[in-house]
Ligand binder design. Structure first.
Ligand code: SF4
Length: 331
């Protein structure tokens, strides 16, 4: 696992550590110092001490300094290798990853308890090597957290389970989740170039639709990246399709290539301005989404608990740089 220090986060001038690219100023992040650094280290110690993985590290998330300094992280369960090979994602691909770790649910619950989280996002790697796509293991992880912390809000950012609807039903049956999230990732036209061949917008939409039918009491959530070659109109169309299956929470963020040019990762097609993200936010709210986070550095799990709280209150989610990211940038 790369340590956070090794992750290629652009510095305050927008330059990546290898000097590769100068990013627009709206993609610059502040590195932690002082108390924020201590808090960051505290999160790191718990994650590493409990032998857990996070998508914050594995995906090289640009918000890691902000989130970890606030004592939050998004745990990635079922291993640190994924059976799929999407071209936007830096999580390692293996056809036959390590067997599932039966002790992981308790280690996860212990970490969440020690961090004192009121809300946790748990994401998964695809486990196409498992007959149930990993559903039983995901279920056990969620249950272990809830057993240890009865009042916590739990969001599961799930795989598509390879369209195994029985597994989806098993996963969701009586599960103590607040939010079931599954990301469509990109507009449908770009499925083939962006996602693993086993994934598609249509299948992801069906996952979300079925989840809502199985558990109407859960909030459903999805996420789109931009900067992959889509048009603005295609983003609007994708949002419409998500609303047609009653998805309520949406995040929109800028794709940042995790690897150097010439690797398997797709290059960035464009850097979308904060103003355009605002336009999409307004459109999404108009379409009926209850909570929308839309901004260059927004990621599916970024301040997820806050997004849900705001949606519950029926407030318009403030999601531009200044509102969602600005106030706590220093942790
Ligand atoms: S936005 Fe999500 S993935 Fe990124 S650092 Fe924060 S919690 Fe981790």
């Amino acid at each position: 696992m790369p340590s956070p220090a090794q992750i290629e986060v652009p510095n305050s001038r927008g330059v990546l550590p290898n000097g590769r690219a100068r990013l627009p100023e709206w993609l610059r992040v502040n590195l932690p110092a002082g108390k924020s650094q201590s808090a960051f280290n505290g999160t790191l110690n718990i994650v590493q001490g409990n032998e857990l993985h996070t998508v914050c590290e594995e995906a090289g998330c640009p918000n890691i300094h902000d989130c970890w300094a606030r004592g939050t992280a998004t745990f990635m369960i079922a291993g640190k290798e994924c059976t799929r090979g999407c071209r936007f994602c830096s999580v390692e691909t293996l056809r036959q990853p390590e067997p599932l770790d039966a002790a992981e649910p308790e280690r996860l619950a212990d970490a969440v308890e020690r961090m004192g989280l009121e809300y946790v996002v748990i994401t998964v790697v695809n486990r196409d090597d498992q007959l149930d796509g990993g559903a039983e293991h995901y279920r056990q992880c969620v249950a272990a957290v809830r057993q240890r912390m009865p009042a916590i809000g739990i969001e599961l950012l799930c795989s598509d389970l390879d369209g195994n609807w029985q597994a989806l039903q098993h996963l969701l049956d009586d599960s103590p989740l607040a939010v079931f999230a599954h990301n469509v990732e990109c507009v449908p036209r770009l499925d083939e170039s962006v996602r693993d061949p086993r994934a598609s917008f249509a299948q992801s939409l069906e996952v979300l639709q079925r989840a809502k039918l199985l558990r109407p009491d859960l909030w459903t959530k999805s996420s789109l990246m931009v900067g992959l070659g889509e048009t603005n109109q295609e983003v609007t169309n994708a949002m419409q399709q998500l609303r047609e299956v009653d998805v309520e929470l949406l995040t929109l963020g800028q794709y940042l290539a995790p690897g150097r040019p010439g690797t398997r990762f797709l290059p960035v097609d464009r850097y979308v301005t904060p103003e355009q993200f605002e336009i999409w936010k307004a459109e999404a709210l108009e379409l009926g989404f209850r909570g929308v986070a839309s901004g260059p550095l927004v990621r599916s799990s970024y301040r997820a608990g806050l997004l849900l709280e705001e949606a519950k209150k029926g407030k318009l989610q403030q999601s531009n740089e200044g509102d969602v990211f600005g106030s706590k940038r220093d942790g």
